[in-house]
Design a binder for this molecule. Structure first.
Ligand SMILES: [Zn+2]
Length: 394
């Protein structure tokens, strides 16, 4: 979730809005305006819309306070927080590192709902102080705004405590399982599994309400369920990747038989004699035994065909200085992060100026696939990093 509009920084954290937020803000303002108008026919149009708009903006502020609570607690525990983005379904705190212990995870997760509940009950108490009585309609604009903010924040606090990972409640649940099992991967798997069940119930409930005549509300619940399902599934996949590759280094997974071409060759010759014959997608470029760059299908595609004869490999390649290079000791999980963060599909593994091999995303996915097929076959296999060639040949 990327911000489209930057609002500024709080405690070093970039605060931003995604365009989809405006849709929700407008929906809230319109439905509130209508409601205020119905309940208090005596209010003028100006007062109705000012109150409605003010409520929508204050709702945004309270949502931000929810996210800030997560972020500030994370910062206090030494985790880096990059940005907070508000979008149609709420907010996202981009906390760059995962908590390394169950306690931190617990406090970071519970801080948000706790903030919402405090804000919610605070608003209701303030409204009561101004003369509003629970289970009556507020008569003043100020109390109307406070009561709506109060209820919505209490609802937000409770909703987020539903144990569907990756909702806050799911994270709290994961932290508890983590503290009991002392196993972070297992706790994430369990929490993501429960999260999928909760998401499925949301979808069922939403569709049931929709076909029962609830219209938009039903669809909205189903949509939230679908969103949660997606998030729970991707958390599950992330654990699979983390468990498969934890502790492994680039030297364990890199392909060593990397094709090497000379930098002085023309592109035409390179395509004819290497690319079309080997079927490889990525080649290392060397100059007198030293690794100087990479050339991939993408780089060749960027050059018009009629210039292949007059362009050398060196001119078309991406030089070493522009590449993200790793060493044989680099952790595979760090390499994956580097590829995702920079949108590249392969990383050259270099030691002392010479190319040792290439770690590619597609190769890692193949390893993962092979691993899951072996597990599906029913046997118990050692983790990948201990699996030698001998163990898989009969
Ligand atoms: Zn939260």
């Amino acid at each position: 979730m990327k911000s489209n509009i930057r609002l500024g920084k709080i405690a070093g954290i970039e605060i931003g809005l995604h365009y989809s937020w405006f849709i929700i803000a407008a929906l809230i303002a319109f439905s509130l305006g209508e409601r205020f108008h119905q309940v208090n026919p005596g209010w003028g149009t100006g007062r109705v819309w000012i109150a409605a708009l003010l409520t929508a903006v204050l709702f945004f502020v309270t949502l931000l306070l929810h996210e800030l609570s997560h972020s500030l607690v994370a910062q206090a525990h030494g985790l880096k927080v990059k940005a907070i983005t508000l979008f149609a379904l709420g907010g996202v705190s981009q906390i760059e590192e995962d908590a390394t212990d169950a306690k931190t995870e617990f406090w970071v997760a519970i801080a948000g709902p706790a903030a919402s509940l405090v804000i919610g009950f605070g608003c209701l108490a303030l409204a009561a102080g101004l003369g509003w009585r629970p289970s009556t309609e507020p008569r003043m604009a100020v109390t109307a705004v406070l009561v709506w903010l109060g209820y919505i924040n209490v609802a937000l606090g409770i909703f987020n405590m539903i144990p569907g990972f990756p909702l806050d409640g799911g994270r709290v649940f994961r932290a508890i399982v983590w503290a009991i099992t002392k196993n972070v991967d297992r706790s994430t798997r369990i929490a993501a599994g429960v999260g999928q069940v909760v998401a499925f119930l949301f979808i069922l409930d939403g569709l049931w309400k929709f076909f029962g005549g609830a219209g938009f509300n039903g669809l909205w619940i189903a949509f939230i369920g679908w969103f949660l399902m997606d998030a729970a599934k991707s958390s599950y996949a992330q654990v699979e990747i983390a468990t498969a590759f934890r502790g492994m280094r680039a030297s364990d997974v890199m392909s060593r038989g990397c094709a090497i071409v000379n930098r002085g060759m023309s592109l035409q010759e390179f395509v004819d004699t290497y690319l079309l014959k080997t079927g490889e997608r990525c080649f290392a470029v060397e100059d007198r035994g030293r690794f100087v760059g990479l050339i991939t299908l993408r780089d060749i595609g960027a050059i018009p065909r009629d210039r292949w004869e007059s362009t050398t490999v060196r001119e078309a390649m991406r030089p070493l200085e522009e590449l993200h290079v790793i060493t044989p000791d680099t952790q595979v999980l760090d390499a994956l992060k580097l590829m995702t963060g920079n949108d590249v599909n392969q990383l050259p593994v270099v030691a002392k100026g010479t190319l040792q091999g290439i770690v590619s995303r597609s190769h890692l996915m193949q390893l993962l696939q092979a691993r899951s097929e072996l597990q599906l076959a029913g046997g118990h296999y050692p983790p990948l990093h201990r699996m030698s060639r001998r163990e898989v040949t009969p």
